[in-house]
Design a protein. Structure first.
Length: 225
């Protein structure tokens, strides 16, 4: 459960507002189509977004940001194209797996986004796909399908455990529900909050040698601990 008990909603929304003031709107996820988000969500596993961008550019040059093309193409060629994202053997298989699920069940990612299935059903479907974990599934739900679910990543765990809001040992869904229960139920807030957390983690709350004295949350975190 959340560590601080007073004004929880104000605390987490205050952090959001501080980050928004510091970094501005991020307009994340950068993609031209919902399926490009799906590809990016798979490729970004265990790598930086800069590497993902290189892989996506390779796919775009071949005009391959398309479900049926990815599904039917030779997997060895796919591996070569996504090589900049690392772990390309595994990621090529995972990309094929989730694309097959989309094509077999919905035809396109656009159709998947239009389904009337509830968010929990869709999440369970995604989690049943080999290689799709909670962070990947929730990124797809939020950014490709526009479903309100909070995405938890390593930055979230690091920043908010350092602030004293969560325990680092909490599992993914415990942390996710803390945010969902204490911030506005708003799709844009969910998207921006996650993106702003990433910015904070990259620029200030680093894994090693964090810039605490320069961090926009320095005073806020001291208050919450």
């Amino acid at each position: 459960m959340i560590k601080n008990n007073d004004n929880d909603n104000m605390d987490l929304m205050d952090i959001y507002n501080k980050l928004l003031s510091q970094f501005g709107a991020q307009y994340w996820w950068p993609a031209e189509t919902p399926y490009e988000v799906v590809i990016g969500a798979v490729l970004t596993q265990n790598t930086s977004w800069k590497n993902v961008e290189k892989a996506l550019e390779n796919l775009k040059k071949e005009n391959l940001i398309d479900e049926k093309k990815i599904l039917s193409m030779d997997i060895e060629k796919l591996k070569e194209l996504i090589k900049p994202a690392g772990f390309y053997n595994i990621k090529a298989e995972r990309l094929k797996n989730i694309t097959k699920y989309i094509v077999d069940n919905y035809g396109t990612t656009n159709n998947l986004a239009k389904t009337e299935k509830d968010i929990n059903s869709l999440r369970n479907e995604l989690l049943a796909i080999k290689g799709i974990g909670k962070e990947t599934s929730d990124s797809i739900l939020l950014y490709a399908l526009n479903k309100p679910i909070f995405v938890v990543d390593a930055y979230t765990r690091r920043i908010f455990s350092r602030c004293g809001i969560i325990d680092k040992s909490m599992d993914y869904d415990e942390i996710r529900l803390i945010f969902e229960n204490n911030i506005l139920l708003n799709l844009n807030v969910y998207k921006e909050y996650h993106a702003l957390i990433v910015e904070l983690g990259k620029n200030y709350c680093k894994k090693k040698n964090p810039l605490c004295n320069e961090c926009p949350l320095y005073c806020c975190c001291k208050k919450l601990v």
